[in-house]
Design a protein around this ligand. Structure first.
Ligand code: ATP
Length: 602
């Protein structure tokens, strides 16, 4: 089922239905081939030597036939033929191994580049794509590069060379028969060239469908409980199966055209054989050529199957590869975040920790998530000097979480300025900015893996003592003690084996372990029981004496003690003050407080 984004935007999957111009396809394929050209050349050399021994075989066979006619011994020539076969096979198999190995290296390099880029993508780019489709580009499309950048290059080159050599030898034997052969091959070759673009098109569609399978599966498995609770297994399975069927349909279409191309090679040779047999027979009868020449020519003709098939194969692999490379190029073109930015003085000082708790200033910030969407922030301004706790409250959709997204520079303000430590976040090196911040997202994501991996995720160098300390502070020590495997307990996909409250505490512990100068908590304690919530509130209050803490809260009871409360409504700041001040001065806050305290007293 299409999501809101999918309905309004062009995903890379949709873009990939457009073909990459031929020149760009060549360039992209060459980029993948270039680092391995040495290995491919070596593989090609072995293949060529192997093929050369193959070319020598008909010559040896001709000599054998002549000797048979002259009643001479054939033992020597038989030995030579056997040696040629064994040597040719051995050399060719070494060449094949080198090429296969190189092919794997091409795939590895393409995957590494893609993975490196994907994890550095801008959030906006990820939001407008389908993760499943991106995954299939890394896993499935890259595998289609393996053949085209190695085996096909060699096949094309060695095929063309052996084809030329064979044609020359055939021409020397009998130009008339060669003319007949070439005539048939050109006719059938012309037909094959019409088929080639169909292979590319079918492959492209098939790969797009593979992307859809991943997307549909990711959607279903990512919300597995909801899927089951909604009784949607059948419908979702049908959607995935439909995508699988689509992949099959186009895969079969590609296979059909490929088999048409390949069987045309056989057809060309068979037809040539019949033509050569007919015309050659007449020429033998008229004494124009000898029997051995005709036999040799016919052997060469069958030998021609190999180079011609190689060239056809290379051409059809090129079509498959060009479809895959177009999808890879589209993924590579998605915008990434900057990595190496120069450090400004303020950033450098802050990074050293010299600046203590961070300050945050929003100066007339305007923001919208996409150009086609309305603004979410309409001139948001507030100042948060560190340390202390500042709470953001207001109706759902007011733009509170968006404040955090802009501080982390997940998104860039469309107008105004966001300052951290007095420095515009756009002038901060991203890594340094984020190193100063601990962030607990609204739905407290926990990653698959162990509890320890989750805690160390944001601070891989934390010591055991620091981990233990944070466990106590986040009230997780009891849980860890209860679990037979303690910190090594596997928490399941997105922490599905933990309770909602436990997930939140893990997320808080993870953020604390980072020792941030600025802590962003988005509804971080909403799922905790009263006792744990109170305890963690105390911990956070204590932390806020040294660190700047920003919290988004729906339950006002959790933020009444905040040093400062920013009331947001419809993308604007309507008031800033303490709880007591706001109850007296701001109507919206007063209403929120009244409703919530009423609710609490029921
Ligand atoms: N990634 C996004 N892409 C497009 N629109 C978004 C995105 N995230 C949020 N929005 C929209 O921006 C507006 C503000 O969202 P935001 O999450 O900042 O609100 P909030 O005040 O934190 O709400 P809540 O209290 O419900 O969490 C909402 O209308 C929301 O639909």
């Amino acid at each position: 089922m299409p999501t809101k984004e999918a309905a309004t935007e062009r995903s890379p999957a949709e873009e990939s239905s457009e073909r990459l111009p031929a020149r760009e396809t060549w360039q992209a394929l060459y980029r993948h081939f270039r680092p391995h050209r040495g290995a491919v050349a070596l593989g090609a050399l072995f293949t060529l030597i192997g093929a050369a021994t193959g070319v020598a075989q008909p010559l040896a066979a001709m000599t054998l036939v002549d000797r048979l006619g002259d009643d001479e011994s054939i033992a020597g020539i038989l030995l030579l033929l056997t040696a040629l076969v064994v040597l040719g096979t051995a050399i060719e198999s070494v060449g094949a191994y080198i090429l296969e190995r190189t092919a794997e290296s091409v795939v590895l390099a393409a995957r590494r580049t893609l993975i490196g880029r994907l994890l550095r993508l801008r959030l906006t780019e990820v939001e407008r794509t389908q993760p499943g489709d991106l995954m299939s580009r890394v896993t499935s499309d890259t595998t289609l590069l393996r053949v085209v950048t190695t085996q096909s290059v060699v096949s094309a080159v060695s095929g063309a060379l052996t084809f030329a050599a064979t044609i020359v030898l055939m021409g020397l034997m009998d130009p008339v028969l060669l003319g007949v052969t070439i005539g048939v091959i050109v006719l059938i070759g012309g037909a094959v060239s019409l088929v080639m673009p169909k292979i590319a098109q079918a492959t492209r569609r098939s790969q797009e469908a593979v992307g859809l399978i991943s997307t549909a599966l990711e959607r279903a498995l990512g919300a597995f409980r909801t899927l089951k609770a909604s009784g949607a297994e059948g419908r979702e399975a049908a959607a995935v199966q439909e995508a699988a069927r689509e992949a099959w349909r186009h895969g079969v279409r590609s296979a059909k055209w490929q088999s048409v191309a390949w069987s045309s090679v056989g057809l060309a040779v068979q037809v040539s054989f019949l033509a050569v047999l007919g015309i050659g027979g007449a020429r033998v009868a008229s004494g124009a050529i000898s029997v051995s020449t005709l036999v040799g020519f016919l052997l060469f003709l069958f030998y021609l199957i190999d180079p011609v098939s190689r060239m056809v194969e290379a051409a059809s692999h090129y079509q498959v590869g060009s479809a895959a490379v177009a999808r890879i190029v589209q993924a590579e073109r998605l915008e990434t975040e900057p990595t190496a930015e120069p450090m400004t003085d303020v950033a450098r000082e802050s990074a050293r920790g010299a600046a203590g708790p961070a300050s945050v200033v929003f100066d007339e910030v305007t923001f919208r998530y996409r150009d086609d969407l309305p603004h979410v922030h309409h001139g948001v301004s507030f100042e948060v000097p560190g340390p202390g706790m500042t709470a953001f409250v207001g109706p759902s959709g007011a733009g509170k979480t968006t404040v955090f997204g802009l501080v982390e520079r997940f998104y860039e303000a469309t107008g105004g300025r966001v300052l951290v430590d007095g420095e515009d976040v756009r002038r901060w090196p991203l890594a340094e900015l984020r190193a100063a911040i601990g962030y607990v997202e609204q739905d407290a994501p926990v990653l698959a893996g162990t509890l320890r991996e989750n805690l160390l995720f944001a601070a891989p160098d934390a010591t055991e003592a620091e981990v233990r300390d944070v466990l106590v502070r986040a009230r997780l020590d009891g849980l860890v003690e209860r679990l037979p495997e303690g910190l090594e307990t596997v928490v399941g996909h997105r922490g599905s084996k933990l309770s909602g409250g436990e997930r939140q505490r893990v997320a808080i512990a993870r953020a604390l372990l980072r020792k941030p100068r600025l802590l962003l908590l988005d509804e971080a304690t909403s799922q905790l029981d009263a006792v744990n919530e109170l305890a963690l509130r105390d911990v956070i209050t204590e932390i806020s004496r040294e660190v700047t803490v920003l919290v988004v809260a729906h339950r006002l009871s959790t933020v009444t003690t905040a040093d400062r409360i920013v009331v947001m409504d419809a993308g604007k700041v309507r008031a800033v003050g303490t709880h007591t001040e706001l109850v007296a001065s701001d109507r919206l806050y007063g209403e929120l407080a009244a409703t919530q305290f009423l609710a609490a007293s029921r």
